[in-house]
Design a binder for this molecule. Structure first.
Ligand SMILES: Cc1ncc(COP(=O)(O)O)c(C=O)c1O
Length: 442
């Protein structure tokens, strides 16, 4: 008998879930069945306050009418258009709208379907750029410890998370890593940018000395490292990186998959920190998380370097079947409209003090060893249980879910990144619930 006939409704076995403790989940499933604005509804009929904008992506809140309607309309009008050698108007309109809100000089956009693909795309553009400029010896890519750049081979190679790397062989060759900037001993309970650690950017100088600048194509960093627990850049750090990259002819890539689209109170972290990279990778908030789509922003200088040779020739041999997909483009345009109409790309700046006060009020809870924040991002670092790393934070996650609050945990760190439509009363609700959980000595 075919397997299909045996499949019973609600059988959870077939789906091998991503980044999930599958066996634990399938014993105690946590399913969302609907969502509106700041809340999810669970399969057992409970409301859950979204403290993480889904996975750092639902910046405008859930099931926003304009976005839903745009998708519906586009699906009935033009479902798909080939992405190679052909186009459709909305992909071009979207690129122009994106360039308008990007840091000055980021004049061109390549489309992808995820943050991971945006990273692969940016790394490939970097290598190819140097080659078309006659500097093909620049093949090295430099990442950072504790960096997360998605799950594809380029991304895990420049990334710095051991569990994401150790199973997968030799990865990309020619990659090196700068040290991470997390110094809880010196910077614990800092609001905003830490005082200590800006000088760690000079580690790039050491790497340049080791390999020679003529072999290095690009440096990629998250302005705020999100996935390893919200590591805020120390004062002066990003500026110093920019200075060193410029000095050595190295491209600087900001991976803004989580910081893009208003998370810090400016459209991009590059604007918030006033540091201009050569490329920016994005995804997530681009379509409010609703349809998979990413975008890589590049400077005119990078783009123009490829516009050579016979005009009938493809300039860059890279792209995806779904690059600039019509429905994704429509969703992104409606998302940008929603951000604009509601001032969401700068709203985090207005709320960040209230947010920071509420977050840091948890300092007196048991086992809290650090709290950090910027914009509408927060992290609470917990003292790991001896011999059982990650368990304390995971317990907090499970208890929060029971209490009607969605948080995210990584290691023993709770990371918070609510939709940017959050109101003060939601902030109060979020931190009251968290306090109840943390006070109970989990
Ligand atoms: C900084 C950063 N880069 C890349 C990614 C990968 O994005 P995706 O999961 O869409 O492939 C993420 C995802 O969280 C991220 O935070």
């Amino acid at each position: 008998m075919s397997n299909r006939l045996n499949t019973t409704p609600n059988d959870l076995r077939a789906f091998w879930m991503p980044f999930t403790a599958n066996r634990q989940f399938k014993k105690e499933p946590r399913l969302f069945v609907s969502a509106k604005d700041m809340y999810y509804q669970t399969h057992d009929g409970r409301q859950v306050l979204d403290g993480t904008a889904g996975l750092w992506c639902v910046n405008a809140g859930h099931c926003r009418p304009k976005i839903t309607e745009a998708i519906r309309e586009q699906a009935g009008e033009l479902d798909y258009a080939p992405a190679f050698q052909l186009g459709h108007p909305k992909a071009f309109e979207l690129a122009n709208r994106l360039v308008d809100i990007a840091p000055e000089g980021m004049d061109h956009v390549l489309y992808t379907n995820s943050g991971s693909e945006s990273v692969e795309t940016a790394l490939k553009v970097a290598l190819a750029y140097h080659r078309v400029k006659g500097n093909g010896s620049r093949f090295r890519l430099i990442g950072r410890e504790r960096g997360y750049h998605g799950v594809n081979f380029g991304g895990i190679s420049v990334g710095g998370i051991v569990s994401n790397r150790k199973m997968f062989g030799t990865l990309l060759t020619g990659v090196d890593h700068m040290p991470h900037t997390h110094q809880p001993g010196k910077n614990a309970f800092t609001r905003g940018q830490p005082e200590h650690g800006g000088d760690l950017a000079t580690e790039l100088e050491r790497i340049v000395t080791l390999h020679d600048a003529s072999t290095i194509a690009a440096v990629i960093v998250e302005p705020i490292a999100g996935s390893t627990g919200v590591l805020i850049p120390p004062k002066g750090y990003l500026q110093k990186l920019r200075e060193l990259c410029t000095k050595h002819g190295i491209l600087l890539i900001f991976d803004e998959v989580i910081t893009g689209f208003g998370r810090l109170g400016a459209p991009f972290a590059a604007q918030y920190y006033d540091v201009k990279p050569d490329m920016i990778t994005t995804a997530k908030g681009l379509t409010n998380g609703v349809i998979p789509m990413g975008a890589v922003f590049v400077t005119a200088e990078i783009h123009d370097a490829f516009m050579n040779g016979p005009e009938h020739m493809i300039e860059f041999f890279h792209g995806y079947t779904y690059s600039g997909n019509p429905i994704a483009s429509a969703a992104a345009l409606a998302t940008l409209d929603t951000y604009k109409e509601e001032g969401l790309l700068t709203r985090a700046a207005e709320l960040s003090n209230y947010w920071a006060d509420a977050l840091h009020s948890l300092k007196d809870c048991p086992n809290v060893i650090d709290i950090r924040n910027t914009g509408l991002i927060g992290a609470i670092e917990l003292d790991p249980i001896a011999g059982e790393p990650t368990k304390r934070a995971f317990t907090a996650f499970l208890k929060a879910y029971e209490k009607g609050l969605l948080i995210r945990t990584t290691g023993d760190i709770i990371a918070l990144s609510p939709p940017l439509i959050i109101e003060k009363h939601h902030i109060d609700e979020l931190f009251e619930k968290l306090r109840e959980i943390l006070q109970n000595n989990i």
